[in-house]
Design a protein around this ligand. Structure first.
Ligand SMILES: [Zn+2]
Length: 375
């Protein structure tokens, strides 16, 4: 596996220190990449990014002290400044706020001049219930489409209560956002945008919620971690638990909506299905021009089989309909380098067998490898 798997145990501080120490160079590269991208794509100069990150750091220390312990551990282990490490954890709120703001305010030319013209498409996520799979297993997965060059890692951890968790993260971000735990609970995610997004509300960040969801023992606990308190920015979460439960949770800052499987499958990309019912407006097509086509394409691929095998799902994630903004997304050479996106990791989780199949880079040219949840 080209993506490192880092084993963590002990106190949250100790886990953070090991994460920081093992992945130090990758964390440094992520900090440099995001600072450059914040400036080039979102028009945010470094001092402003770090000021916002420090404000979030204070909020996380108050509301999520255990997560903050791990953040502080990553800073200690890597020898890098805490506000830079915090910036990585809150990069979702800071970047997506800019994406939403620029596209939701047509009369703000100064922001449009310095903001992203387009964020070409994004993640395609799915759940397949046992009734639709060839071996009766519950599967959850996605292509994670993001900025080329972002350094990732799998964090494999054991909690003091015996729960084990395996999750993909970006080097420097505690927890993880796409993963599973030993209770057969899994999480997949999609970026969303709405007119209500506002980083400055400093509510519990996306990455902290994902970490709490992945530590949950059941679906209700995970949904409470994701939606139990209001948010700064919109996000979509697909949560499933063996033997046979899967739900989708669309969240805007002040409202949320649960969606269920249809004919044993659920597919979500980068738009709210019914934004009016959540009291928001979205500019999904401006930001993710092919989000609806990618969802329809994945549904039509799933419909080609009465029952779907894990290998089928891996093949579907390699699909190039609508290339380069396809399910398997490739950087669009027509766009400036600072606005390109690509599939960085493909993951198919088997929540029944407690393992995941993962491929680093574009899955059409890579190889899926199986990683079992440890112990
Ligand atoms: Zn491809």
């Amino acid at each position: 596996m080209e993506i490192p798997i880092v084993q963590l145990e002990g106190s949250r501080r100790d886990q953070g220190r090991r994460h920081g120490s093992v992945l130090r160079e990758a964390i440094e590269r992520n900090i440099a990449l995001y600072l450059r991208r914040f400036e080039d794509e979102a028009g945010l100069p470094h001092p402003e990014v770090l000021r916002r990150a420090a404000l979030y750091g204070e909020a996380i220390a108050r509301t999520s002290p255990r997560y903050f312990e791990e953040l502080a551990g990553v800073a200690e282990g890597s020898g890098l400044p805490l506000d830079h490490i915090t910036m990585l954890t809150v990069r979702y709120e800071l970047l997506y706020d800019r994406f939403s703001r620029v596209h939701a305010t047509p009369h703000a030319p100064s922001e449009r001049d310095h903001g992203p013209r387009q964020t070409p498409d994004g993640c395609t996520a799915f759940a397949v219930l046992p009734e639709r799979s060839t071996d009766g297993h519950l599967r959850l997965g996605q292509n994670w489409d993001w900025i080329p060059g972002v350094e990732t890692a799998f964090l494999s951890r054991r909690q003091s209560d015996g729960l084990t968790i395996l999750a993909l993260t970006e080097a420097g971000i505690p927890g993880g956002k796409i993963g599973l735990n030993s209770r057969g609970l899994g999480l997949a995610i999609n970026g969303l945008n709405s007119s209500s997004d506002d980083w400055s509300s400093l509510r519990k960040p996306f990455h902290v919620r994902c970490d709490e969801a992945l530590r949950s023992l059941d679906l209700d606990e995970a949904l409470c971690a994701l939606a139990g308190a209001r948010r700064s920015c919109s996000t979509n979460y697909l949560v499933a638990q063996a033997p046979n439960a899967a739900v989708d949770l669309e969240t805007a800052p002040d409202s949320e909506k649960l969606l269920s499987c249809d004919d044993g499958v659920l597919v979500h990309t980068n738009h709210f299905f019914d934004p009016k019912s959540l009291g928001i407006e979205q500019r999904a097509e401006d930001l993710h021009p092919r989000t609806r086509e990618r969802r329809e394409r994945m549904l039509s691929l799933l419909a080609t089989r009465e029952r779907v095998a894990g290998g089928d799902l891996e093949a579907f994630l390699c699909d190039h309909d609508g290339h380069p903004s396809s399910i398997c997304q490739h950087p669009d050479p027509a766009l400036p380098e600072s606005e390109r996106y690509a599939t960085l990791v493909s993951i198919v989780m088997d929540l029944t067998a407690l393992e995941m199949s993962a491929c680093a880079g574009a899955p059409c040219s890579g190889r899926f490898e199986t990683i079992r949840l440890s112990g």
